[in-house]
Design a protein around this ligand. Structure first.
Ligand SMILES: [Zn+2]
Length: 116
């Protein structure tokens, strides 16, 4: 009698399986920042498409923190527009050389005593 009742113990194994399933749903935390500077951390499941915007607790639209940093040099992918790029949209290189030469001439003539 005692032998029989020991044989069917599989309860422990079943509860372990359940724990594995819970851990399997991985999450990723995404930070959103609204215009007022409120920071909201929203947990998303890994397989869910994370939206670019989230409504802040104050009601304003908050944007993803990792997407709102145009000065971040680690944000590769889309080309960064530098001041130099914007300058080239207004001036050609010969024009710039001429301006630089004028500027240097003015510098030599002492127009900018404190100019470094
Ligand atoms: Zn807010």
């Amino acid at each position: 009698m005692a032998e029989r009742s020991l044989r069917g113990t599989s309860i422990g194994a079943k509860s372990l399986e359940t724990d594995e399933n819970v851990e399997f749903a991985q999450r990723t935390d995404v930070a959103y920042v609204c215009p007022d500077g409120h920071r909201t951390i929203v947990p998303f499941a890994k397989d869910v498409e994370v939206p670019d915007q989230w409504e802040c607790r104050c009601g304003k639209p908050a944007v993803r923190e990792d997407a709102e940093n145009p000065d971040d040099p680690s944000a590769q992918g889309k080309p960064q527009r530098t001041h130099w790029d914007m300058l080239l949209e207004r001036r050609t290189i010969p024009e710039l050389e001429e301006l630089l030469e004028k500027r240097l001439q003015m510098h030599r003539e002492g127009w900018f005593p404190d100019y470094e």
